[in-house]
Structures are given as structure tokens and as C-alpha cells.
Design a binder for this molecule. Structure first.
Ligand code: PLP
Length: 285
């Protein structure tokens, strides 16, 4: 049977899940989204994702035409209709169609799209052996231009950074903020371990308030691993003992080098592996 996509108020076969070419989501990247994992048929950290979606929408003055509870039920319905046990949900709300021009007052009918499918982002070896990273020259959004906390349909600078990574032969790339500090990767948050302390840039470094990042900070607390949210430079990463990334799609991925410099001994570190295991226990038990 064809994949069933939720569009506005009902499930339709994916071939019928279409939006207007006048939708400002398409014309201007005007809209918001979420990427969410499903484990054992259960939507992982569902309330946090729904809350972030509604906060992103509020920040861009987009009124979502359903309540958070209705959205939660629509996601669950889409997951169930497609028999997704372990998979991924892409939840998108566009501005809707309107006349050509940026004016949001000339748009109507925001489109709610929910896709539930399976996902394999990286091969299993990457979780065992770790991944190399390079620093992209493209920086993360300047917070005075568009808050990086908004998960908007505008991902072009992250895409350009990812192109830099692909050109250099890596699957992810490190992005700095406008001050030249470490921000995050193109679709993941970043952590290091130095002298037994887990460190990650604070939200006001201009990053997405990642939901996996929050989960890993909670796991670290439970495991009594000291952690701090602190400004990091590229130098801090070069001399770190360990490094890893977090994201809904990526989960927890060890990083073994940055810009050709091995991190620690160039292998996934002990604390990284502990947190990776704890994350697997949390999601797969
Ligand atoms: C730029 C960026 N940073 C970080 C993340 C990780 O966030 P989360 O753990 O909520 O998926 C994402 C995920 O989509 C992202 O796009």
C-alpha cells in the first residue's frame, strides 16, 4: 500500500499529497518544521517537538490551524496508519498559498503536512568508528537576522555548509556563529568532553535548542557526568578528549577528527560511548 501522508485534516496516499505552487513555503521558504523519531511505535519526546513547532510558528507569526493536542493526535494517527515501529516523522507547516510577494497578509490556508517513514541516516559503522568533520566557512544564521531557535523552512546556509562538508569528503560540517565561536553542525548539535567534563555551546551561541541535546544533558546528569553549557572555540574542539553530535535523525554520533586533526586518540571516546549506550537504552528499551 502507498505511504499515507497527513495533509491538513486527513490521510491521503502520497501521490495525492500535493500543495500549491503559490504556497509561500515553496516560494520563500516561509514555514516551520520538525523532525521526530519513532521508537517501538512511540513518538519520542513528542510534547517537546510539538511545543518547539508551535514556538517556531509563533516567532514567525504563523498561525497553525490546529491545536497542539490535535497536532499530537494527527502525528500519532499518521504513524499508526503507516505501521511505523521505528522511523521518522517530518512535520511541516507552510504559510499557505498567496499572491506573489512577501506579504503574509496575502496568504491563506497554511498547509499541515505529516510524513511518517523509515530512516537510515548513517551506516552502522559510523556509530562504531566515528566520523570526521570539517569546519564550514558558511556561518549559522545571525540571531539578529533570524533566530537559529526557529526551525524554519529556510535551511540554505546549512545546506551550503553541508556542501562544503561533502566537497571535503565528510557527511557533516561544523558551523561557527557570527562571532567565530562554535555553534553546531548543519543538522546536529555538538558536544565535547575535556578532562571528564561534558561541554556544549549555550543556546545563545545561536543554535537550535536541540531536543536530543536536552535528552543527552539529562542522561549525563543521571550518569553523574559533569556538564556545562559554555562558549567553545575551534581550538577547544581541536584539543578536546572526545567529541560527538546529537540530533533526532542522527541520534548520538562520535566525531573522531576536525579539519584533519584527530580528536583525542582519534577513536570514539569512553564518555561518548557511555552516553551513546544510555541513549540507546532510553530509546530502544
Ligand atoms: C541546525 C540543527 N541543529 C540541531 C539539530 C538537532 O535538533 P534535535 O535534536 O531537536 O533534532 C537539528 C535537527 O534538525 C538542526 O537542524
Amino acid at each position: 500500500m502507498s505511504l499515507q501522508v497527513f495533509l491538513n485534516d486527513r490521510l491521503v496516499p502520497k501521490e495525492e499529497a500535493t500543495v500549491s505552487v503559490f504556497d509561500h513555503g515553496l516560494l520563500y521558504g516561509d514555514g516551520v518544521f520538525e523532525g521526530i523519531r519513532v521508537y517501538g511505535g512511540k513518538v519520542f519526546l513528542h510534547p517537546e517537538h510539538i511545543e518547539r513547532l508551535f514556538e517556531s510558528a509563533r516567532a514567525i507569526r504563523l498561525e497553525i490551524p490546529m491545536s497542539p493536542d490535535e497536532m499530537t493526535r494527527a502525528v500519532e494517527k499518521t504513524v499508526a496508519a503507516n505501521n511505523i515501529s521505528d522511523g521518522y516523522v517530518r512535520l511541516v507547516v507552510t504559510r499557505g498559498s498567496g499572491s506573489l510577494g512577501l506579504d503574509i497578509r496575502r496568504t491563506s490556508d497554511p498547509q499541515v503536512i505529516i510524513i511518517a517513514d523509515t530512516i537510515t541516516l548513517y551506516p552502522p559503522e559510523i556509530y562504531e568508528e566515528g566520523m570526521p568533520l570539517v569546519t564550514a566557512s558558511t556561518i549559522r544564521n545571525h540571531p539578529q537576522a533570524l533566530s537559529p531557535r526557529i526551525k524554519s523552512l529556510n535551511y540554505l546556509n546549512n545546506i551550503m555548509a553541508k556542501v562544503e562538508g561533502s566537497d571535503a569528503g565528510t557527511v557533516e560540517a561544523l558551523m561557527m556563529n557570527h562571532k567565530g565561536e562554535v555553534a553546531e553542525c548543519t543538522g546536529d548539535n555538538i558536544f565535547i568532553v575535556k578532562h571528564g567534563v561534558l561541554k556544549t555551546p549555550p543556546i545563545d551561541a545561536g543554535i537550535l535548542d536541540g531536543i536530543t541535546r536536552r535528552a543527552v544533558l539529562r542522561l549525563a546528569r543521571e550518569a553523574e557526568i559533569p556538564s556545562e553549557e559554555v562558549t567553545l572555540t575551534r581550538h577547544d574542539l581541536y584539543v578536546a578528549d572526545e567529541c560527538f553530535l546529537t540530533g533526532s535523525a542522527a541520534e548520538v554520533v562520535p566525531v573522531i577528527s576536525l579539519d584533519g586533526r584527530p580528536i583525542g586518540d582519534g577513536k570514539p571516546g569512553r564518555t561518548t560511548n557511555r552516553l551513546l549506550e544510555a541513549f540507546r537504552d532510553l530509546t530502544r528499551k
